[in-house]
Design a protein. Structure first.
Length: 352
C-alpha cells in the first residue's frame, strides 16, 4: 500500500494518506474522534494492512500473541513450499496477470492463504489429496465461509492441475480476476484514497479530542466557526462544549486534510463516525447518500440535528460544494458484522 502523504502529530503518531496517485479521487477518512475507532478498523480491514505493522497503544501491548504466531507460521510455510506452490508462484510473478500483485502464504486474520491478490480480493488455494478427507473438507468450508464474509473470492486448484496444465490454470485465474475489481484504484472508475486515522493521538488516549483538546470536526475554517447557536464564541473551552481550537485550522491534523483536498481534488468525501446510525450528507450528495443508505440500512439525513460550527461537512460540502458523506455507524454492532456492508459501500463509491 502506497503512502502518498504523511505527517507526525504532537505525540509523534503518524497520519498517512494511502492509495495511488491518480485522477478521479474519492477520499475516505476513518477516525476524526479518538473515541470512535470503527473507521480505522474498517479501512485497514479493507486494505488488509498488517496489524503488526501498526504501533500499539499502551493498552494494546501484550495482546498480539496469536497474530505473531500466525505471521511466524506463514514465514515457515513460505520457506517450505511444495513443488506446486513454487511453480504457481513463479508463474504468477512471471505472467504479471493484468498488472496484479499476488502475495503467497499470507495471513488474513486467523487463517493463512496460499495466494492472495488484495487489489481484486481474490484468494487462490492449492489443494492436495488430503483435502478430500472429511475433516479437512469441513475445515475448508468453514474457512471459505469466513473469508467470503470478509469480501474475498476463493478459487481452489488441485496440485496436479498446476503440475500438468499450468497454462490452463493461469487462464482460469485470469477469468476469475475480472469480476472482482476490489482494491485501491483498480476495477472501477474512481480512485479511492484513505486516511485510516486522522486523530491517532485521541485514539491512543481514547478521547474525542486530539492532544491539544481540540475537536477536529469543529476546527475547520468555515464561515460559522466559533459560533454556538448564533452567539460568537471561541471554541477552546468547556463552556462552549465544542472544543474547536483557538483559531480555525489551528491543528496539524486539520491542516493535513485541507492540504490533501487542495492537492488531490476529491470528487466525493466519506468520513466514518459513530454512534447515530444515519447517513448524513452535505453538498450535492443526496443521491449517493441514498445508495449508501440502501446498503447499510441507515436513514439519510441532510442535517445531523444540532449545531456544528467549524465542521468538516460544512467546510467541504456546504462551502466548497464537494459531495460529503458523514456515515454514522452503530457503535454497538460487532465490527466483523459491518465489514461486508462497508466493503460494498467502498465498491459503490468506485462506480460513483
Amino acid at each position: 500500500m502506497n503512502v502518498l502523504e504523511c505527517i507526525n502529530t504532537k505525540l509523534g503518531n503518524k497520519i498517512e494518506l494511502l492509495g495511488e496517485a491518480r485522477d478521479n479521487n474519492i477520499l475516505i477518512i476513518g477516525v476524526f474522534h479518538g473515541d470512535e475507532p470503527q473507521g480505522k478498523y474498517l479501512i485497514e480491514k479493507y486494505l488488509n494492512i498488517d496489524p503488526l505493522s501498526q504501533p500499539l497503544s499502551r493498552k494494546g501491548r501484550g495482546h498480539n500473541t496469536a497474530a505473531k504466531y500466525t505471521f511466524k507460521r506463514a514465514k515457515e510455510l513460505r520457506q517450505n513450499s511444495t513443488d506446486a506452490e513454487n511453480i504457481l508462484w513463479q508463474a504468477l510473478r512471471r505472467n504479471n496477470i493484468d498488472s496484479t500483485h499476488f502475495k503467497r502464504q499470507q495471513p488474513i486474520d486467523r487463517y493463512i492463504v496460499d495466494f492472495v491478490c488484495f487489489s481484486h480480493r481474490l484468494i487462490i488455494e492449492l489443494d492436495g489429496g488430503q483435502h478430500n478427507e472429511l475433516q479437512n473438507i469441513e475445515h475448508d468450508n468453514k474457512r471459505t465461509t469466513y473469508l467470503e464474509s470478509q469480501g474475498f473470492k476463493i478459487i481452489r486448484i488441485w496440485n496436479n492441475e498446476v503440475l500438468n496444465n499450468l497454462d490452463g490454470v493461469i487462464e482460469y485465474i485470469k477469468s476469475s480476476l475480472a469480476p472482482c475489481g476490489r482494491g485501491v484504484g483498480r476495477g472501477g472508475k474512481n480512485n479511492l484514497l484513505f486516511i485510516p486515522c486522522l486523530n491517532p493521538d485521541g485514539l491512543s488516549q481514547n478521547t474525542r479530542t486530539n492532544a491539544n483538546n481540540v475537536d477536529l470536526n469543529r476546527n475547520f475554517p468555515t464561515k460559522n466557526w466559533g459560533k454556538n447557536e448564533g452567539e460568537n464564541a471561541t471554541c477552546d473551552d468547556c463552556t462552549t462544549a465544542y472544543y474547536g481550537g483557538k483559531t480555525p485550522a489551528s491543528e496539524i491534523e486539520t491542516q493535513f486534510v485541507i492540504n490533501i483536498i487542495e492537492k488531490y481534488s476529491p470528487k466525493l468525501i466519506l468520513t466514518i463516525h459513530a454512534p447515530y446510525k444515519v447517513v448524513n450528507y452535505d453538498g450535492p450528495a443526496k443521491d449517493i447518500a441514498e445508495k449508501i443508505s440502501t446498503i447499510i440500512g441507515y436513514p439519510t439525513e441532510g442535517s445531523i440535528g444540532y449545531p456544528t460550527p467549524g465542521s468538516f461537512g460544512t467546510y467541504c460540502g456546504v462551502e466548497r460544494n464537494i459531495p460529503t458523506i458523514t456515515l454514522e455507524m452503530d457503535e454497538e454492532a460487532p465490527i466483523e458484522n459491518i465489514y461486508p456492508k462497508m466493503f460494498e459501500i467502498f465498491e459503490e463509491l468506485k462506480e460513483y
